[in-house]
Design a binder for this molecule. Structure first.
Ligand code: MN
Length: 204
């Protein structure tokens, strides 16, 4: 089965005023759809066709060399955006609770310190990419960032663990509303994080 665009769990205007409806609609229907179309094309007839996208991006080296870049970029794009839509929501923001809150406190010393470090990772990613919060095998959480559409599940990207929260810092994610003000977009993102969903991802 070829991948199809997952529906957003909320309307395009649901994240206003933090993320505007026009950006959300273009981001979802044009950018995410383009990654899906291209990864479907690249996987056609290969051993990884029809497999869960999170498995695919961990097994890119099983593909013919000439397919690997397309699957890395577009399969990564599909996986990354699928997570991104889920970890945002209307009437969200605030702070995490439960085991996730404890893990964040253990790793960073508190929520504000976590926010500062995550924001810094997102702000200092040169060019296009993502900032991540990942769960490691022992339950520890760590922040990292990747270029392009790389995902921490890919090997050799300098990021490890299972991504439970991701922030898209490609210009297409914020330019209509924020232009060059990436730090303002990063700050606004904290008002739309769906911590319940992130906690679900943490619990696995
Ligand atoms: Mn994007």
């Amino acid at each position: 089965m070829a991948y199809t665009l997952p529906e957003l769990p909320y309307g395009y205007d649901a994240l206003e005023p933090y993320i505007d409806a026009r950006t959300m609609e273009i981001h979802h229907t044009k950018h995410h759809q383009a990654y899906i179309t291209k990864v479907n094309d690249a996987l056609q007839g290969t051993v990884l066709e029809g497999i869960d996208i999170l498995q695919v991006i961990q097994r890119i080296d099983e593909l013919p060399a000439e397919k690997q870049t397309a699957v890395r970029n577009n399969g990564g794009g599909h996986a990354n955006h699928s997570l991104f839509w889920q970890i945002m929501g209307p009437k969200a923001g605030g702070v995490p609770a439960g085991e996730l809150a404890e893990a964040i406190n253990d790793a960073f010393g508190g929520f504000e310190a976590f926010k500062t470090e995550f924001s810094n990772a997102a702000a200092t990613r040169f060019g296009s990419g993502w900032a991540w919060l990942c769960r490691h095998a022992d339950g520890e959480v760590k922040i990292c960032s990747t270029p392009n559409q790389d995902n921490p599940l890919m090997s050799g990207v300098g990021c490890e663990g299972i991504p439970i929260l991701g922030l898209d810092v490609w210009e297409h994610a914020y330019y209509l509303n924020y232009q060059n003000r990436r730090p303002d977009y990063i700050n606004a993102f904290f008002s739309v994080i769906n911590w319940e969903k992130v906690a679900e991802n943490y619990a696995g």
